[in-house]
Design a protein around this ligand. Structure first.
Ligand code: ADP
Ligand code: GN1
Ligand code: MG
Length: 353
């Protein structure tokens, strides 16, 4: 496998010969590798096998990423550290398909950077909010079309269509044992759709968004802890900013892990919530319309609800979407995210969902 990975990495426009390739990160969708050149010379690279079952048109996805990152580069002081740099294939294309049908893409490894799975301090959460705010501001004047890389990704109406189909299919024969968990979804269906209608009728506008803003998809400067940039840009599309802020709150504010088996560890930290929001609004407040500001506090509930639905739906489907490391992993994730959702609902003291 290593020789094969080296051969694939060598087909990109890199500045030397490939020395080593090793796995990196814990993403649930793609496979990520760290590439070092012979003689350990710089730069270093990130090679990714893009999951083409999840992303049906990888060239269109890479075209989104290339155009948006070029847009950002023209607006920042350090273009090699403040966004991703796509490394093309030697023939100039943005990705390649190997003879087994797998799709591969490469970007520059940003050195002296760190990523986290949980926020350890309010300052880190504030930096995270600043980082997402800066990202939204930088792309706010990007007006070219973007391909919808995953149909209806954060579209709650579409998610319920998928949900109803999964329940009817009962592919893994698990539905009858999940009546309690299913009621968590059904009891909120109407209220979630009421909020979603504000997106459908344009009350909440569509903007360029990241759509996968969990904490591990941002890089921080290893020396001073400041936020460098958003990475993992596969899901760049247009949607409401509530999706990005909500998905970030889902991870930055969680006192436990996304898949914690010990539910007593899971809750929403109000301190992290306030820190994240203050960072985000310090950049974005002047750019948001009143409706966005009014509904932003509901965003964590919205996306955490969606995540409960998605993890449970994958469990019902027989674990076909997310990578899992135990037979009940998706159910454990469902329960842990539901615990977080309840904590958000209680503390935000609004009948949000
Ligand atoms: P996945 O789909 O596996 O989540 P990511 O793009 O999020 O892939 O990358 C996984 C991890 O690899 C990140 O959390 C980060 O630690 C590291 N990483 C990814 N891209 C870069 C980069 N360009 N520079 C430095 N580190 C990176
Ligand atoms: C996936 O690829 P990764 O691990 O960053 C998923 C997100 C989920 C997240 C849950 C394309 O993100 O939507 O919120 O897992 N990405 C896709 O941790 O489905
Ligand atoms: Mg990631």
């Amino acid at each position: 496998m290593t020789d094969r990975l080296k051969e694939i990495a060598g087909r990109f426009a890199i500045e030397g010969k490939v020395g080593t390739v090793r796995p990196l990160g814990q993403g649930f969708i793609n496979d990520t590798y760290f590439v070092v050149l012979e003689g350990e010379s710089e730069p270093r690279y990130i090679l990714q096998r893009k999951n083409h079952l999840v992303f049906p048109d990888v060239p269109a996805m890479m075209d989104n990423i290339d155009r948006v990152t070029r847009h950002i580069k023209a607006r920042v002081s350090d273009p090699l550290r403040e966004t991703l740099t796509v490394i093309p294939v030697s023939d100039g294309k943005l990705c390649l398909q190997d003879d087994e049908g797998n799709w591969w893409a490469m970007c520059l490894f940003i050195k002296d950077s760190s990523s986290f799975d949980q926020a350890s301090t309010p300052e880190l959460a504030r930096q995270g909010g600043l980082g997402l705010g800066s990202f939204h501001r930088l792309v706010s004047d990007f007006d070219e079309p973007l391909t919808e890389v995953i149909k209806g990704f954060h579209n709650m109406r579409w998610r319920f269509v998928q949900w109803d189909a999964a329940l009817a299919r009962d592919a893994a024969g698990r539905v009858s044992s999940l009546s309690e968990e299913i009621s968590w979804i059904e009891s909120r269906r109407e209220r979630v759709m009421d909020l979603w209608k504000l997106v459908e009728d344009g009350t909440l506008p569509s903007r360029v968004t990241h759509n996968d803003t969990k904490i591990s998809n941002f890089l921080f400067d290893s020396h001073d802890g400041s936020l460098l940039c958003a990475i993992d840009l596969d899901t760049l599309m247009r949607s409401t900013v509530l999706n990005d802020v909500g998905d970030a709150l889902r991870s930055y504010t969680n006192t436990g892990a996304e898949d914690d088996r010990d539910l007593s560890r899971v809750s929403m930290s109000r301190e992290m919530y306030d820190a994240y929001m203050s960072g985000y609004l310090s950049v974005m407040e002047p750019y948001l319309i009143e409706a966005e500001k009014r509904y932003l506090p509901y965003s964590g509930c919205l996306i955490t609800f969606e995540q409960v639905l998605r993890f449970l739906m994958d469990y019902i489907d027989g674990d076909v979407y997310y990578k899992t490391s135990a037979p009940d992993h998706n159910l454990v994730r469902t329960r842990a995210q539901y615990q977080l959702l309840k904590s958000m609902e209680q503390q935000l003291a609004v009948p949000c969902l």
